[in-house]
Design a protein. Sequence first.
Length: 192
Amino acid sequence: IGLGIMGMPMARNLMKAGFQVVCYNRTDSKAKALAAEGATAVASPREVAAACPIVITMVTDSPDVEAVALGPNGVIEGIRRDGVHIDMSTISPSITRRIAERLREKGAHMLDAPVSGGSWGAQSGTLSIMAGGDEAVFQRCLPVFKGMGQNIVHVGPNGMGQVTKLVNQILVVGTMNAVAEALLFAARSGAD
């Protein structure tokens, strides 16, 4: 669910790894494009969840994940008992925990598994994946993660994947700021 800059190549890599992909995207033309490559396009997140033991979301932000997971025709309305919703978006840890709790009430599981590596990593299947949730569920989903990434780490309970991703983002921004300051200092000091 979510076939944008990241989601489309991730879905393609799952297909290359031999997984059957059922897809949904708000912009229908993207789902149709993936269907032309061998996926099955459906009309709602509920239909994806009803058809698949593992549902992956890769959408823009916390409200989008909440809507796709818990809204009308959302994942929660179709997810199987013991099914797994893996959210690979970068969102709020507290919203992740709320979605996970609602899914638990339905007898299903959630892994929050945001990624690092950008669109190139998504295309090449080399993403780093930081997964939060139950260890046994993580192990069950590991072959799916290996279809999309290389550095795959279970980091704790639900929400900790998002916390780890946010730590990563803080480090990246801090490093970028330090590099910018260093270059400005060098330029002002006469370096070429």
